[in-house]
Design a protein around this ligand. Structure first.
Ligand code: PLP
Length: 474
């Protein structure tokens, strides 16, 4: 009985039939979405209703419809009207590399369980390090997401800078990091996980342009020191999530050097700009960072999750975790770059390097330049269109593909303006033709777009603006 069931699970002919049918369904999904044939970027459903649907499906649904239902009931990142969160519409070929990874399931932590993926990862890391401007003492690895990568980088920083074996002995000192108040919340979370507590997270206010106010660095550092806080790292955002504004990495790098602390650049979103000839200036100074995070699943057309964590000095990647797992890793003195689990937080990870490698092999580095440059150009275009509209305003001039804007007639109170913009964004969500998000900056509510789809055009932008105007006039 059990044997029969298991044979059914591993039936290769079913795999082949289901696989071909799924590829057909996904191809028509892509054709419909990329070409803007279907109206909506999302078919919004209330969470409780969605839960009921899947409960009913589990008991009574026809399994033949299962994949189709899942596809239908998602947010369509390939639709040009998708301008929401910062996840890429993956290049279709990377869905196939995802399939390879899922089926072969080589966990990559040790060389024997990921020969190709470890070797490929090494080449991918070398390519990115070169782009950053690092020399041949640099290195790094791929890991599961920007959040985990930021935590890992801060653990490396603590190890390298404090010079104490906190990993084994625990920590008696109040440690701290410096970071912009606008940084992604995962940096705050990483610091708390590391036991720094609220006191250990020195938040640096932003300028009116929303980048870290680097004029305050010296005084904030001194204040912390006077309170007995040992600062070991400073984090620059490249860019910060809500606004898409870059911190001045050059100044932060010089400050870190002066005080002998670690400089970490969170380029989860914009680090891919190192590939853009036009926009690499946004990252000036990134080569001074001791560590850099770049998400493949944001600006680099790959499926979630795959993040590069790069180190100026590879030795720091190797020493972060001194914990031994002798049954997995040999104790050899020699260079063992091929056992990537020695450096990553996770043990098993998917064969994520093959997404990067396949794009590089098929299309060359230029593909990343093309994507980042085009999407940032489109962010600038959307901002210009907003500026032309009476009674609309930008939160600030965008530096990337993230644009925050709102409707704000001068006669309206700030409370009503906030409420109206929140209402518009909710109406857009429920209608589903466009998917955009929202953010609050200094108590002001803004609608926020991130242009993630290279096929979003001015026509789509104008249609979105017109739809918002129609809501306002009704
Ligand atoms: C600047 C920044 N850092 C970190 C993250 C978290 O990355 P992930 O979602 O890959 O964990 C994000 C996500 O939006 C981000 O924008």
């Amino acid at each position: 009985m059990h044997k029969e069931l298991l044979e059914q699970v591993y039936n290769t002919s079913d795999f082949n039939t289901n696989g071909h049918s799924l590829i057909d369904q996904l191809t028509s999904h892509l054709e419909n979405k990329l070409n803007d044939i279907s109206r909506n970027a999302i078919n919004w459903n209330e969470p409780e209703k969605e839960l009921q649907f899947w409960k009913a499906f589990l008991s009574d649904g026809d399994s033949k419809d299962m994949f189709q239902e899942i596809i239908k009931r998602t947010t369509y990142v390939h639709h040009p009207h998708y301008m929401g969160h910062q996840v890429s519409p993956p290049a279709p070929i990377t869905a196939l590399t995802g399939l390879i990874s899922a089926l072969l399931n080589n966990g990559t932590a040790v060389y024997e369980m990921g020969m190709s993926s470890n070797a490929i990862e090494r080449l991918v890391i070398e390519t990115i390090c070169n782009k950053i401007g690092y020399n041949n003492t640099s290195g790094g690895f791929l890991t599961s997401g920007g959040t985990l990568a930021n935590l890992t980088a801060l653990l490396s920083a603590r190890k390298a800078i404090t010079k104490r074996d906190i990993w084994n002995d625990g920590n008696q000192n109040q440690l701290g990091i410096m970071v912009s108040e606008e940084a992604h919340y995962c940096v705050d979370r990483a610091a708390r996980i590391m036991g720094l507590g609220e006191h250990g997270i020195i938040k640096i206010p932003v300028t009116k342009e929303f980048s870290m106010n680097t004029d305050l660095l010296e005084s904030k550092f001194k204040q912390a020191k006077d309170k007995g806080i040992e600062i070991f790292a400073i984090v620059g955002s490249a860019p910060s999530t809500a606004t898409g504004i870059f911190d001045n990495l050059e100044v932060i790098g010089a400050f870190a050097k002066k005080h002998n602390i670690w400089f970490h650049a969170d380029g989860a979103h914009g680090g891919a700009g190192v590939f853009s000839n036009k926009y690499k200036h946004t990252l000036k100074g990134i080569d001074q960072a001791d560590s850099v995070v770049i998400d493949g699943h944001k600006m680099m057309m790959m499926p979630a999750l795959t993040t590069a964590l790069l180190y100026k000095e590879e030795i720091n990647a190797k020493t972060t975790f001194s914990q031994k797992a002798d049954y997995l890793l040999s104790d050899s003195e020699h260079e063992d770059w091929y056992n990537s689990g020695k450096r990553t937080f996770e043990c098993t990870k998917n064969m994520m390097s093959i997404h990067w490698f396949t794009l590089l092999k098929l299309y060359g580095e230029e593909v990343f330049d093309a994507n980042v440059t085009h999407l940032y150009d489109m962010g600038a275009l959307f901002a210009r269109l907003i500026e032309e509209e009476p009674n609309f305003e930008l939160a600030l001039k965008p530096m990337s593909n993230i644009v925050c804007f709102r409707y704000c007639p001068p006669s309206m109170s700030s409370e009503n303006t906030n409420a109206l913009n929140a209402k518009i964004r909710q109406l857009l969500l429920e209608d589903g033709e466009f998917y955009i998000v929202q953010t609050k900056l200094k108590d002001r509510f803004y609608m926020r777009i991130t242009v993630m789809n290279p096929f979003t055009t001015e026509v789509h932008f104008r249609a979105l603006i017109n739809k918002i105007k129609a809501y306002i006039s009704n």
